[in-house]
Design a protein around this ligand. Structure first.
Ligand code: FAD
Length: 344
């Protein structure tokens, strides 16, 4: 295992921003983790666990952290593990696997459950952190348990779905226990039964237009992939981290008030009480969609996305972000919360 000093981070984030990491190592096997933890301790630096960098923004200049990029690979069907339903099957996926490749693999195996998460960039290890989700599906729906290395207890620990305390874009990994666990692998429960299509209007319209009544997992994957890339910039072409803000969870009466003003304002019920409202709609109606702010812009096809021309600084970005938050707050009284982790 090679440890690099002052590693440039620009190429390790899909936002193409940031300075250098004091130390940087790639974990290729389980036994690398305790070694890296020891090295980080010897250098008296906090460890930062990196996946594909599609939800991370690095600060400018030298970042005094020991960055470990997770490249643990492997996917297996756990045929020996009993399930209460004959139609279900458990799979174990190592954290460094690319989520979209795992979705494709699961469909190849005749398994459903992950198809709506197609085309989300990044690694499997990051999925429990913010309970990755799209089109009404979240990783919590299939996740059974997470195998972790506990930096506090210095041992491998298994954390159950319930213990992850999943919420909308949240879990213990980005709230109460932030920074405590290195995620090594996840166990998912997938199904041999046909997938059910997401009830999202864009997906329904897609299949209506194609005359498909009962889409297969593969057809759902293709639909979701096509729809996503029609309104999201590909990070390889335009640096971005997907949604920059979480969709706010607000009291129903707050949402109803906005709906009185805008007929096309969509309110989503949640499992978490309250209702979820589209942050992109609020940013657009605040007049910010397509607006350029120096080296950054609010994407013209999707106001939830901030794009970067590759020449900006994190300092400049944070001012732009605060400007957007203040404008939306002034217009609707709702405070937007950013989704990506910002690492200094
Ligand atoms: C175009 C685009 C579209 C996107 N669409 C969606 C979407 O629809 N839904 C959605 O939820 N997200 C979406 N995202 C955000 C992003 O893809 C997800 O958050 C993804 O899970 C991040 O994976 P990553 O490996 O790149 O994580 P990173 O960006 O490397 O890390 C993200 C966070 O997870 C932590 N982390 C990563 N790996 C581990 C590990 N093994 N152990 C412990 N902590 C870890 C990091 O410390 C960091 O806090 C999108 C991003 C882009 C660029």
């Amino acid at each position: 295992m090679q440890v690099k000093e002052n590693e440039l981070l620009v190429s390790h984030s899909t936002f193409k921003l940031g300075g250098q990491a004091r130390f940087f190592a790639v974990a290729e096997k389980l036994s690398d983790i305790p070694n890296i933890v020891e090295l980080a301790e010897q250098s008296r630096l906090p460890l930062f666990v990196l996946g594909g960098g599609s939800n991370c923004i690095f600060g400018d200049g030298l970042i005094d952290k020991f960055v470990v990029q997770m490249n643990l690979l492997g996917k297996e069907i756990l045929s020996g593990r009993d399930t209460e339903e004959a139609s279900s099957i458990f799979v174990r996926i190592a954290s460094g696997e690319i989520l979209d490749e795992v979705v494709a693999w699961s469909i190849d195996q005749g398994l459903s459950g992950l198809e709506a998460l197609s085309a989300i960039p990044g690694s499997v290890g990051a999925t429990p952190v913010q309970n990755v989700g799209a089109y009404g599906s979240e990783i919590k729906d299939t996740l059974v348990e997470v195998q972790t290395y506990d930096l506090k207890e210095k041992r491998v620990q298994v954390i159950s779905n319930e213990e992850c305390n999943f919420g909308y874009r949240s879990s213990i990994f980005n709230t109460t226990e932030k920074g405590r666990y290195v995620i090594l692998s996840v166990v998912l429960k997938l199904s041999r039964l046909p997938a059910s299509s997401p009830h999202y209007p864009a997906v329904r319209k897609y299949f209506e237009e194609k005359g498909i009544k009962q889409p297969s997992s593969l057809e759902i994957r293709n639909a979701v992939t096509d729809i996503r890339w029609s309104k999201l910039p590909k990070p390889s072409e335009i640096p971005n981290v997907g949604s920059f803000f979480k969709n706010p969870i607000v009291d129903k009466d707050v949402a109803e008030k906005i709906k009185e003003k805008f007929d096309d304002f969509v309110i989503f019920p949640t499992d978490y009480g309250k209702v979820k409202v589209p942050a992109g709609f609020l940013i657009e109606k605040a007049g910010l969609k397509g607006k350029q702010f120096g080296n950054f812009a609010v994407y013209d096809k999707n106001a939830l996305v901030i794009t970067h021309n590759g020449k900006g600084t994190c300092e400049e970005l944070l001012l732009v972000v605060q400007g957007i938050i203040d404008t939306v707050k002034g217009e609707f009284g709702i405070t937007l919360e950013q989704e990506p982790a910002i690492i200094y």
